[in-house]
Structures are given as structure tokens and as C-alpha cells.
Write a protein that binds this ligand. Structure first.
Ligand code: NAP
Length: 305
């Protein structure tokens, strides 16, 4: 039996982790997030309100439940907001990791932390775990700094790097590219999509699975944990339109430069997944399988209403 504390459990990955842990007899889950629980199921696990900006709150929860593993999914994940609000981005993406490391070191807890392809500049993707980072955005810089803190620490750490996480959960605080594209095209709204950036999008369930594999195998080190298909953002959105039979003529290809986004984005990221496949048994779905998975969940949600 493993006792796992999840931070940020109201988020996309956090809720998927809750779903997986609930049906795993080998896991006892303590879910935690800022504010009240937004997961629709309330039975079979413990929920504690925990703001990870406050180290005392983390300490209190750890002393109360003695977890074997902490999976840290809480972060400031909006890349442009990080660029314009550096102070809060640093607090949430770096200082909280410092607090978690201290508590995990003192209590011999495995710390699984989520990182990103945005630590790379996108000139040489797909990347291995050992390639040299060079972040272009403040978000990427803070995620890299957190990785460095973990690598210098004496706790049992795991870094799982991922890319564009998509899926659907209850009461989401932010959307993702699949839901955004589907929603806009269904309304008949024209959308502009970049055709000169490439990614390997990740189904949130696959990433949650990878977190649990790392916990169960007592893994240590850095692992790439994305989806397995490399697509330009334009190709990705076209596949969404194709799957749901939406009007592709509404999609206009543009270059990233013309968007003038606050934060710079890498051109081609993507990950080589051999390490996670071989050492953890990670086996992500294809992008088409991922969309079909989300579709089945959307249908189940609309039938339950
Ligand atoms: N999503 C992606 O495309 C992507 C790509 C690469 C890497 N990642 C990494 O993957 C991880 C999980 O991402 P995600 O998509 O699941 O993010 P998410 O949906 O934004 O979830 C993060 C959760 O953390 C919660 N949170 C924020 N501040 C908190 C605090 N002070 N204390 C406790 N909880 C707090 C948020 O609460 P509220 O909902 O109430 O705001 C949110 O529920 C992050 O580390 C992210 O950097 C994500």
C-alpha cells in the first residue's frame, strides 16, 4: 500500500490522478488543492485544502498523513501570465518546490514533480532527458530552476517533463487546445492557428498513469512523459476538426511571429520517450486514440446531465 499526497488536485492532471488512485487498491490518496475540492467524487479518498505557497500548511498535512510520495502538480501554468507576473510565477513554480524539497528530505518522502518542454529553445527537438535546456520564457526559466533545485537536493526526486496536456475534468480553471478548437469550430467561429510550431500533445490520463508508475516503481531521475505523436499546432487542430467533422475552412494558418504573444514559445519541442517506456513501462496513446478518449468522456458527461 502506498500513501500518495497530490498537490493541485483540482487541476487537469490532479483530477485525473484522483480518478486513477480511486480505483487502485495499492494506493491511498490524499488529494489537496487551494480552496474547496472540485472533483465530482468525494468518497474513497481524503481531501485536504492546502495552499502550497504556505510551507506550514504542507508541514501540517504531511505530519497528519505521513505520505510515502508527493506528486506536485500545482503550478502557475499560464505561460503569458508568468511573463507578466514574474513575482507570483517565481513563488509558485520555484519557492514552493524549495519548501516541498525540505519537507521531503526531512521525512524521507519521494517527490514527483512535473516539468515542461518549455525548458528547451525548440531548435533541436525532439529532446532526450540529457539535452541541454535553454528556456525562452520566464515560465520555462522557473520550471528549469525548480528542476535544478531537485537535482541538487538529497530527497528521492523524480522529474516528469510533459507537453501540451489535454483532456476534460470537472470545473476546469483553464481550457486546453482540444476543447478550445472544438468549441470555437462548433460555434462556427474562424480560428487562427500557428503552422510553424511542433509539439507532442499528452492525454492527461496518460500523464497521470506515468506519475503512478514512477511512484510504484520508486523511480528516481528525469523522465520524458509526453504523447507519442509529433504534430504542428495546425495539424493538431485539423485532426480535432476531422474527428468531430467540423468545418476545416474556418481554420486559418498563421506564423507564430504574427501572434505577438507575451511569452516566446519554442519552435519544435517533442520528446524521445524510450527511457520512460523502458524503465517505467509508460505506454501513451496515439493522438487519435486520445481524442477518441476525450470524446467518450464528453458523451458520458452530456448523458449524465
Ligand atoms: N497543461 C499543460 O499543457 C502542461 C504542459 C507542460 C507541463 N505542465 C506541467 O504539468 C503540471 C500540471 O499541469 P495542469 O495542466 O494539471 O495544471 P492546472 O490544470 O493549471 O492545475 C494546477 C492546479 O494547481 C492549483 N494551484 C494553484 N496554486 C496553488 C496553490 N498555491 N496551492 C495549491 N494548489 C494550487 C490550481 O488551482 P486552481 O484551479 O484553483 O487555480 C490548479 O487546480 C504543472 O506543473 C505544469 O507546469 C503542464
Amino acid at each position: 500500500m502506498k500513501r500518495i499526497l497530490v498537490t493541485g488536485s483540482n487541476g487537469l492532471l490532479g483530477q485525473k490522478l484522483t480518478d486513477l488512485c480511486l480505483y487502485d487498491p495499492e494506493i491511498e490518496l490524499i488529494a489537496s488543492s487551494k480552496g474547496p475540492n472540485r472533483h465530482p467524487l468525494r468518497m474513497g479518498y481524503i481531501y485536504e485544502e492546502m495552499d502550497i505557497l504556505d510551507p506550514m500548511q504542507i508541514q501540517r498535512v504531511v505530519e497528519k498523513f505521513h505520505p510515502d510520495t508527493i506528486i506536485n502538480t500545482a503550478a502557475m501554468t499560464n505561460v503569458d501570465a508568468c511573463e507578466s507576473d514574474k513575482e507570483n510565477c517565481y513563488k509558485l513554480n520555484v519557492e514552493t518546490v524549495k519548501s516541498l524539497i525540505g519537507i521531503c528530505e526531512q521525512n524521507n518522502i519521494q517527490l514527483i514533480h512535473l516539468s515542461t518542454d518549455f525548458i528547451f529553445d525548440g531548435e533541436n527537438g525532439p529532446y532526450t532527458e540529457d539535452d541541454l535546456p535553454n528556456p525562452l520564457s520566464y515560465y520555462g526559466q522557473t520550471k528549469l530552476e525548480a528542476e535544478q533545485l531537485l537535482k541538487e537536493s538529497s530527497c528521492r526526486w523524480v522529474i516528469l517533463r510533459t507537453i501540451i496536456v489535454y483532456g476534460i475534468v470537472n470545473d476546469m480553471s483553464r481550457s486546453n487546445i482540444i476543447l478550445w478548437a472544438k468549441g470555437a469550430l462548433e460555434k462556427g467561429s474562424p480560428i487562427s492557428v500557428v503552422d510553424d510550431q511542433w509539439r507532442m500533445p499528452t492525454l492527461a490520463e496518460d500523464l497521470a498513469e506515468c506519475c503512478l508508475l514512477a511512484a510504484k516503481k520508486n523511480a528516481r531521475g528525469v523522465f520524458n512523459a509526453s504523447g507519442k505523436d509529433m504534430l504542428s499546432i495546425l495539424e493538431l487542430v485539423k485532426k480535432v476538426a476531422e474527428y468531430w467533422k467540423l468545418d476545416q475552412s474556418l481554420i486559418k494558418a498563421i506564423s507564430a511571429d504574427s501572434l505577438n504573444q507575451t511569452a516566446k514559445r519554442p519552435k519544435r519541442t517533442g520528446f524521445i520517450l524510450n527511457k520512460a517506456k523502458n524503465e517505467l513501462g509508460y505506454n501513451p496513446r496515439s493522438f487519435e486514440e486520445g481524442i477518441a478518449f476525450v470524446d467518450a468522456q464528453l458523451k458520458a458527461i452530456s448523458e449524465s446531465k
